[in-house]
Design a binder for this molecule. Structure first.
Ligand code: ADP
Length: 166
């Protein structure tokens, strides 16, 4: 059984993430989406549990995908779950430096390999942080996130464009 981990903070999950998860699920027997509180991102919009619930819903059609929360080192989590690979999406050259460094560090720590999938071009501009910012000011993000996420964002922010939470 080849198991892959797709890690990230998914705050919230976007169509770009979902594309990577779906493509990973075609190549591995089991896929675990590992939701972390990113220590570099001080303030998150959704709780870990909310992010997990949204991911659960939007991956419901994928029988070999499950969602887990984790804290601590990703490589320790991978070992605990018996995962052999980490899979990440690469959007642009700007992702590359950091991702390469992380992949090499993770390799050094436990020998786990990281596989990169190039983003589908229609999602290369897409990030959770931009979606949060656009939604906060009343912009239309419906084509960028699954419907359930769009609905949650609309609930959360008022439509006045004030940037205040509803
Ligand atoms: P992080 O909190 O580590 O920045 P994210 O939740 O933003 O993680 O993203 C998780 C993973 O999904 C990362 O590997 C990232 O490169 C990838 N990813 C994010 N957005 C996209 C996208 N639009 N297309 C492809 N991959 C993406």
């Amino acid at each position: 059984m080849a198991t892959a981990l797709c890690p990230g903070s998914f705050d919230p999950v976007t169509n770009g993430h979902l594309d990577i998860i779906e493509r990973t699920a075609r190549h591995f027997d089991d896929v675990i989406v590992a939701v972390s509180r990113n220590p570099q991102k001080a303030k998150s919009l959704f709780t870990l549990e909310e992010r997990q619930a949204m991911l659960d819903k939007v991956t419901d059609h994928l029988g070999n995908v499950r969602i887990e929360l984790f804290t601590g080192l990703l490589v320790d989590f991978a070992q605990d779950l018996g995962a052999q690979a980490i899979v990440k999406g690469l959007r642009a050259v700007s992702d590359f430096d950091y991702e390469l460094q992380m992949a090499q560090m993770n390799q050094r720590l436990t020998g786990i390999d990281t596989f990169f999938i190039s983003t589908s071009p229609q999602y290369s501009f897409l990030s959770s942080s931009l979606v949060r910012e656009v939604a906060r000011f009343g912009g239309d993000v419906t084509s960028m996130v699954p419907k359930t996420v769009g609905d949650r964002l609309a609930q959360l922010f008022d439509s006045s464009g004030s940037g205040k939470e509803a």
